[in-house]
Design a protein around this ligand. Structure first.
Ligand code: IFM
Length: 455
């Protein structure tokens, strides 16, 4: 069980989930700033106003990462800190925050891995139609250019979008996430505009970026609940809707044929030239992997006519997501075997579990999360052994943080955050990952050998 010498071991967060102070130093509001103020949207009424106060505590957090042996930090930039109105006027103080963060990371030997968009669209752009307005591609390209110009001399990895599927599904179809729309006609238009925006940012990067630019997708392999034709067809639809909708245009220049069938008359005319641009080469693909979906036909679940079937013998996380490490392997093998895929990163992987009370000495043991990481890292190792080009792994998340519509009720952190005092306490999972990072994964092999000897 070996990992490549330069394997990038990291942790991830996103701006709205950890920073706090969303309007500090001249920043404009984002759609999340608005959404959390809409009654009933967030289960515990939480907001990102303070979150983990990373905006002020980033130096301590970087020191903490260094102490854990973290090699790379994946974070996102809040668009409305840089451009308070979304376009036009740049806010130097907002840019200065990320400038300081990048310098601090580098001074501690940690590689910055920057995501341009992790769901926090400037509210001013939502007022102009948000992701539904075709002009959004140009707005995003201008924002991207501002950041590339300011930071590409020090940032070697840029991801354009994080999980465009969630923006489309949660933001515009199911309405559980900002901006909270529920409209079948909007969803595919938003998906396409997200990809157009991604493509425009890649074009800008090619003009003057010197490092690597890619895209981050959340992929969830789908498996039929039974061998029936109905379940297999439902599985294919679920896969097209959640995975192939972004993978295929980017890697093959075509949307899956099943999408017009799924969306019916809501599926828009797509100009050929758009998809050609969307398929421009990227330097890496980021995979966010959490779970799988065992899928069955359900005529009462439009538009997919499919549902996910609970697995009675599986462990589930606090999100209600099945723990299924083989799905990570299957996803990587699928990408590798089916497409001319660029180098891969696991840009997110992790689990929300109930954290047991502190032990003597204040330690926090989170054995379920440790087991989640251990089993997923073993699956990752199998993929590497099979020759799949994977360059790094980012645990989600460095810190317990604001979990969107769940507020602060779900803890994904390897470091516990006391939201009252902002005290950080590394959990057993942080100590486990620190060993993995320090030994470049060799401790996993040792553990496996010991487990084998013991029985
Ligand atoms: O917290 C989110 C993150 O913002 C995007 N990926 C999934 C995580 C867990 O739900």
């Amino acid at each position: 069980m070996t990992f490549p010498k330069e394997f990038l071991w990291g942790v991830a967060t996103s701006a709205y989930q950890v920073e706090g102070s969303p309007l500090a130093d001249g920043a404009g509001p984002s759609i999340w700033h608005r959404f959390v103020r809409t009654p009933g949207r967030i289960v515990d009424g939480g907001t990102g106003d303070v979150a983990c106060d990373h905006y002020h505590r980033y130096e301590d957090d970087v020191r903490l990462m260094q102490a854990l042996g973290v090699k790379a930090y994946r974070f996102s930039v809040a668009w409305s800190r840089i451009l308070p109105e979304g376009t036009g006027r740049v806010n130097p103080a907002g840019l200065a925050f990320y400038d300081r963060l990048v310098d601090t990371l580098l001074a501690h030997g940690i590689t910055p891995f920057v995501t341009l968009y992790h769901w926090d669209l400037p509210a001013a752009l939502d007022d102009r139609g948000g992701w539904l307005n075709p002009d959004v591609a140009g707005w995003f390209a201008d924002y991207a250019a501002t950041l590339f110009r300011a930071l590409d001399d020090r940032v070697p990895y840029w991801a354009t979008l994080n999980e465009p599927w969630v923006v489309m599904d949660g933001g515009y179809l199911n309405g559980g996430l900002a901006p909270g729309h529920r409209n079948l006609f909007e969803a595919p238009r938003v998906a396409h505009n997200l990809l157009r925006a991604h493509a425009r940012a890649v074009e800008v990067y090619r003009a003057f970026g010197r490092h690597a630019v890619g895209l981050v997708l959340n992929l969830e392999p789908k498996y039929p609940a039974t061998d029936s034709e109905e379940d297999r067809a439902a599985t294919a639809r679920a896969d097209a809707y959640m995975n192939r909708i972004f993978v295929e245009p980017v890697l093959t220049g075509r949307y899956p044929d099943l999408l017009p069938e799924i969306f019916g008359e809501a599926w828009p005319e797509i100009p050929e030239a758009d998809v050609e641009r969307i398929a421009a080469p990227i330097d890496f693909l980021g995979v966010n992997y959490y779970t799988r979906g065992v899928t069955a036909f359900d005529p009462d679940a439009p538009p997919l006519q499919a549902k996910t079937v609970p697995q009675p013998t599986s462990t589930y996380t606090e999100m209600g997501w099945e723990v299924y490490p083989d799905g990570l392997y299957d996803t990587l093998a699928w990408l590798h075997g089916s497409f001319d895929v660029p180098p891969l990163f696991i840009t997110e992987n992790g689990a929300a579990f109930y954290d047991p009370p502190r032990c003597a000495g204040g330690r926090i043991e989170d054995p379920l999360r440790v087991d989640y990481f251990r089993t997923h890292l073993r699956a990752l190792c199998r993929a590497l052994t099979d020759g799949i080009d994977i360059r790094g792994y980012f645990a989600w998340s460095l810190l317990d943080n604001f979990e969107w519509s769940y507020g602060y009720t779900k803890r994904f952190g390897i470091v516990h955050v006391d939201y009252r005092t902002q005290a950080r306490t590394p959990k057993a999972s942080a100590r486990f990952l620190a060993r993995v990072f320090a030994t470049n994964g060799a401790c996993l092999a040792r553990e496996a050998a010991e487990a084998g000897r013991d029985g």
